[in-house]
Ligand binder design. Structure first.
Ligand SMILES: O=P(O)(O)O[C@H]1O[C@H](CO)[C@@H](O)[C@H]1O
Ligand SMILES: O=c1cc[nH]c(=O)[nH]1
Length: 236
């Protein structure tokens, strides 16, 4: 066991899908994996390991925000030697170029968090996706007719209820497509430890149009994103 994950060494696969919502993790395991077994219920942050097309894969809930996600990713990388992490999240669209339920594949992540400022002593590090995963995810999404995918920048915010929404406008003017809460720290941790990471998010809310999905839809209906993530990490 690690401090926050109740799996024995060897129970977690080298490839992990990482939704924030632990119930999305359960749905992914039950819907997409064969022979999935729950390896962790610590704090209700469910983790499962099974196979996809015969290859081992795990799915682990990571909670909301960079501090929570970083706990799970540090332990996955350090204690379980995980090599590839693909976040399968939800996000809010910041521009009408992106529609509700589209996929945003984050090539890089801006942030208002102090985590990287502390790590880099005030320098502005640019957290980016693993290019091989990014390319494979885009190819997998482009081959589908049921979803539209965008590759671009995402904002990993520390606040879901943003007290200064006017600060987002310059980011949108510089190409940021959507907001979520984890990708920046995920990309930084993977880079620090020489592992592969990618964040794919389904647009669950549209900040411009006001459209939104229900909590049940966010939990159980973002299947295209999951299949794209599995293809990118394990296909071919
Ligand atoms: O749906 P998940 O993966 O949790 O992602 C998004 O949803 C949560 C906020 O509702 C934040 O964690 C945000 O990043
Ligand atoms: O608007 C949104 C939707 C999902 N996740 C976020 O962080 N923000």
């Amino acid at each position: 066991m690690s401090t926050h994950i109740g799996a024995e060494p060897g129970q977690i696969a080298p490839t992990v899908l990482l939704p924030g919502d632990p119930l999305r993790a359960r749905w992914i395991a039950r819907t997409f994996l064969d022979d999935a077994e729950c390896h962790s219920e610590v704090r209700g942050m469910l983790g499962y390991t099974g196979t996809w097309r015969g290859q081992p894969v795990s799915v682990q809930g990571s909670g909301m925000g960079q501090p929570s996600m970083s706990i799970y990713v540090n332990e996955l990388l350090d204690d379980y030697d995980v090599q590839t992490v693909v976040r399968v999240g939800s996000c809010g669209a910041l521009t009408e170029r992106v529609a509700i339920r589209d996929l945003v594949i984050a090539s890089g992540a801006c942030t208002d968090s102090s985590m990287n400022r502390l790590r880099f002593g005030g320098l502005d590090y640019a957290p980016v996706a693993d290019f091989g995963l990014l390319r494979a995810a885009y190819d997998a999404a482009a081959a589908r007719e049921d979803v539209t995918a965008h590759v671009g920048l995402i904002l990993s915010g520390d606040t879901f209820y943003n007290p200064r929404p006017e600060l987002t406008a310059p980011l949108v003017e510089h190409g940021v497509l959507a907001v979520e809460m984890e990708a920046s720290a995920l990309y930084t941790l993977a880079a620090a430890k020489g592992r592969r990471a990618l964040a794919i998010c389904t647009v669950s809310d549209h900040v411009v149009t006001g459209e939104e999905t229900t909590s049940q839809e966010r939990e159980e209906t973002f299947g295209a994103m999951v299949e794209v993530a599995l293809e990118a990490a394990l296909g071919a």
